[in-house]
Ligand binder design. Structure first.
Ligand code: ATP
Length: 330
């Protein structure tokens, strides 16, 4: 399995000035992941656990008040390893969109509301593939949409004339224009009804199988992960607390938090009461000592309150950060 993107002890915090006092929000706090070629790598977790910040750090958009505190993001491309934050801005820009692209949350923010879709596509192509005529850019956009099974007529529409689902598909089409090796998608199905979600999920699946590329998918919706992701990393309070292939994670979740996430999903024909994790996630500006989940964990013991559990591989391809795992082995 070839790695395409890797993070090494990645730390990215929001440093805020609150009435003259520094407030540090540890949104990404020591993340080590290896994303493989040709997989859909899902990142799951409750709202506010740091998923979007992790994506932004992987894509290289760390703007104040967000800061890179430590660690590395490595891109593996064409037999070379690029240390993202050691590259100069020109080199970084040349990898962006060609090697890795980003579909941010909320399709309206990407599409210019006052111009037709074709102008947004033309401007994007013009900034990356210089020296072609307007008609050639329109033609490239048309061919790309056709290739993705989307009607080229949408190029003549303004964003507000399209449905939410179609706008989201247009945003995905835009991010894949240059056939990037990795597509990062942040909550691409959120705020869409279930039927429309299905269309967006199918488009992502088709893109992945047609171009054999990698998709990094953030969603808090475990149902979407179940139908789309091949491997899942579960995030809690800025850290990855479990990572496994999707079937393993759903069949045999090991971290108590993952168990809660999976058990809260409705199941067809099962009328028993669904339980979610008790309490609420901690503030990332005031994390509890030890394991951040310990105040909500029904299995918490003394060690959990003082020491942070490392993410360890307890079974092939199945990593967990939980002291219970050590207890079971001992
Ligand atoms: N611009 C910002 N300034 C200060 N704090 C921020 C900023 N953006 C996010 N945060 C904080 O960083 C933490 C992680 O946020 P992030 O958006 O990465 O989480 P998330 O898991 O993607 O949540 P959601 O699904 O709600 O977007 C949260 O506590 C959030 O309040």
């Amino acid at each position: 399995m070839q790695t395409v993107i890797e993070t090494q002890d990645l730390k990215s915090y929001y440093i805020l000035d609150v009435f003259g006092k520094e407030k540090v929000v540890k949104a990404v706090d020591g993340v080590n992941i290896k994303i493989h070629q040709n997989e859909i790598y899902g990142i799951a977790g409750e709202s506010g656990c740091g998923k979007t910040t992790l994506l932004r750090a992987i894509f290289g958009i760390i703007d104040p008040p967000l800061r890179l505190i430590g660690g590395k993001v490595l891109y593996h491309h064409d037999g070379q390893v690029y240390d993202l934050y050691a590259l100069d801005p020109t080199e970084r820009r040349s990898l962006r969109w060609k090697f890795v692209s980003y579909v941010p949350q909320g399709s309206m923010s990407v599409l210019n509301p006052v111009v037709k879709i074709k102008e947004t596509f033309k401007d994007f192509l013009n900034s990356h593939l210089k020296g072609r005529t307007k008609e050639e850019y329109y033609e490239l956009a048309k061919e790309h949409l056709k290739g993705l099974g989307l009607p080229p007529t949408i190029l003549e529409a303004y964003p507000h004339q399209l449905s939410g689902g179609m706008r989201q598909r247009v945003t995905i089409a835009l991010a894949t224009l240059l056939k990037p090796k990795v597509i990062i998608a942040d909550e691409p199905t959120t705020a869409l009804d279930v039927v429309t979600q299905r269309g967006v999920i199918q488009l992502l699946k088709d893109i992945q199988s047609t171009y054999m590329n990698t998709i990094v998918l953030v969603t808090h919706d475990m149902g979407v992960h179940a139908s789309l992701s091949t491997r899942i990393a579960v995030m809690y309070a800025g850290k990855i607390i479990e990572e496994a292939p999707t079937s393993k994670l759903f069949k045999n979740p090991k971290h108590p938090y993952t168990k809660f996430l999976i058990n809260s999903l409705p199941r067809f024909g099962d009328k028993s009461r669904r339980t979610s994790a008790p309490g609420s996630p901690p503030s990332l500006a005031a994390l509890p000592p030890g394991c951040s989940f310990h105040p909500r964990c029904p299995y918490c013991f003394e060690k959990c309150k003082v020491e942070v559990p490392p993410l360890r591989e307890y079974e092939p391809d199945h990593k967990v950060a939980c002291w219970l795992m050590e207890e079971r082995i001992a």
